[in-house]
Design a protein around this ligand. Structure first.
Ligand code: ADP
Length: 231
C-alpha cells in the first residue's frame, strides 16, 4: 500500500521523519504501530489517510494511486480516527448519522444501535448534547461513527486511550468482530504493549525514520506466502 515513502520532519530542518518506508496492508490485518513518542506514528496514519503530504513515494489502494481516487472517495475507503474526538453539535444522533449525510446514504440505525451496545453505550441517550459526554464516551461515539462509514482500512490513533479497562475490552472485542465480519484492516497506534499483543497479528515499530515489522509466530507461514493485500 505504501512504497518508498519519504517524508521530512515537519520542523523544517530537512531531517527525515520517514526514510523510504514500504508496507502492505491486507484485509483483516490488525497492525499495531509502536515506537517512542515523536517518531511519526500519528503522522504515518495521517499520511495513509491522505491528510498529510509526503516528499516522495507511492501510496495506493487496490493497485490505484491515492490521487486517482480523489480525497472524498479515499477517505471513504481509508478512515482516520484521531485520538481527540471531534464531536459536532447538536446531538449524539447527529454525530452517528453524519457519515450517511455526508455520503448521501441511508442512516443504518439498527447497526448504529448494535455498535453502541457493543461498546457499552447502549443506555446513552441519542438526544444528548455531545459536549456533555465524558472523554471516553466521546471516543466511543466517534469510533462507532467511523465504523458506519464501512471503510476498507481503519486508522486508529490511541483509540482507547480515554477508556477504563472494561470499556477498552468491549471496544477491542467489537473491533475484532467487525474486522472478521467486514474484512476491514485495522492499523492501530497503541502505546500499550499488552493491548498490541491482544489484538494485533502484525507489529510495526517506528524509530529514527525506519519502520521495522514483526508478525505473530502463527502468521509467519501465511505472511511469507501472501504478499498480496488491500494494495
Ligand atoms: P508520534 O505519534 O510517534 O508521537 P507524531 O507523528 O505525533 O509522533 O509527530 C512526529 C514529529 O512531528 C514530532 O517531532 C512532532 O513534534 C512533529 N509534528 C507533528 N505534527 C506537527 C505539526 N503540525 N507541526 C510541527 N511539528 C509537528
Amino acid at each position: 500500500m505504501i512504497e518508498n515513502v519519504h517524508k521530512n520532519h515537519p520542523n523544517g530542518g530537512g531531517t527525515p521523519l520517514f526514510k523510504q518506508i514500504s508496507v502492505v496492508v491486507r484485509p483483516k490485518d490488525v497492525i499495531a504501530i509502536q515506537g517512542p513518542s515523536g517518531q511519526g506514528k500519528s503522522t504515518l496514519l495521517r499520511v495513509l489517510a491522505a491528510l498529510d503530504t509526503i516528499q516522495s513515494g507511492r501510496i495506493s489502494l487496490l493497485g490505484r494511486p491515492v490521487d486517482s481516487w480523489g480525497p472524498c472517495e479515499w477517505r471513504k475507503r481509508v478512515c482516520y480516527v484521531p485520538q481527540q474526538p471531534a464531536m459536532l453539535p447538536k446531538t449524539v444522533e447527529d454525530n452517528l448519522a453524519l457519515v450517511s449525510k455526508l455520503h448521501q446514504r441511508k442512516f443504518d440505525q439498527p447497526l448504529a444501535k448494535r455498535l453502541m451496545d457493543e461498546v457499552g453505550l447502549g443506555d446513552l441517550s441519542w438526544s444528548q448534547n455531545p459536549a456533555e459526554l465524558s472523554g471516553g464516551q466521546k471516543q466511543r461515539v466517534q469510533l462507532v461513527r467511523s465504523l458506519l462509514l464501512g471503510s476498507d482500512i481503519l486508522l486508529l490513533d490511541e483509540a482507547t486511550s480515554a477508556l477504563d479497562a472494561q470499556s477498552k475490552q468491549a471496544v477491542e472485542s467489537m473491533l475484532m468482530r467487525w474486522k472478521e465480519e467486514r474484512g476491514t484492516a485495522l492499523v492501530w497506534v497503541t502505546h500499550e504493549q499488552e493491548q498490541a499483543e491482544r489484538v494485533a497479528n502484525r507489529f510495526w515499530y517506528l524509530e529514527n525514520g525506519d519502520l521495522s515489522e514483526t508478525v505473530k509466530k502463527d502468521e509467519l507461514t501465511s505472511f511469507s506466502l501472501d504478499q498480496g493485500g488491500v494494495e
